[in-house]
Design a protein around this ligand. Structure first.
Ligand code: COA
Length: 124
């Protein structure tokens, strides 16, 4: 289990985001007894209407993980697919994520591609 003040802060932030159905959603596989086998969480990011689309959001998938004990059973595929469907139904034009090497084959099989020329900058 992770420790540190950020854990409580993160719990509160997730609870707050999930209270608003136009901010975020999380899909999980429940392992019973307070345990979670897998989860995928994502945020809706407002976007401006443009000439090719008036869709109101882009989607950002941020927290995908399967407990090592439950891997290779299709749980990540199921939770991410449900999240992608939710984001599409809410009006997302594009869904993005930062992949780990482990996650890349799954995302590729779901249709995600590298998104050049997008760049990002980390605030220090
Ligand atoms: C990546 C991760 C979420 C996959 O979870 P999972 O529940 O085991 O995934 P699934 O069972 O739904 O697997 C779906 C597909 O993903 C791919 N895959 C999953 N684990 C893989 C691995 N270790 N190596 C290569 N491909 C893998 C396969 O294509 C698999 O399809 P297959 O079962 O037909 O071979 C899990 O390994 C994990 O939590 N890793 C650590 C955290 C992480 O990397 N999260 C992703 C950050 S974006």
């Amino acid at each position: 289990m992770p420790t540190g003040p950020w854990v409580k802060e993160c719990e509160e932030a997730i609870a707050s985001l999930l209270r608003d159905p136009n901010r975020a959603a999380a899909f999980v596989v429940d392992a019973g007894a307070g345990r979670m086998a897998a989860c995928a969480m994502g945020l809706l990011l407002p976007r401006l209407p443009g000439p090719d689309s008036g869709k109101p959001f882009n989607g950002d998938i941020s927290t995908v993980a399967t407990d090592p004990e439950f891997r290779r059973r299709g749980y990540a595929r199921a939770t991410i697919s449900a999240l992608m469907g939710w984001m599409a139904a809410r009006g997302c034009k594009r869904i993005s994520l930062a992949s780990s090497p482990e996650g890349e084959p799954l995302y590729t099989s779901l249709g995600f591609t590298r998104d050049a020329p997008r760049m990002s900058w980390r605030v220090r």
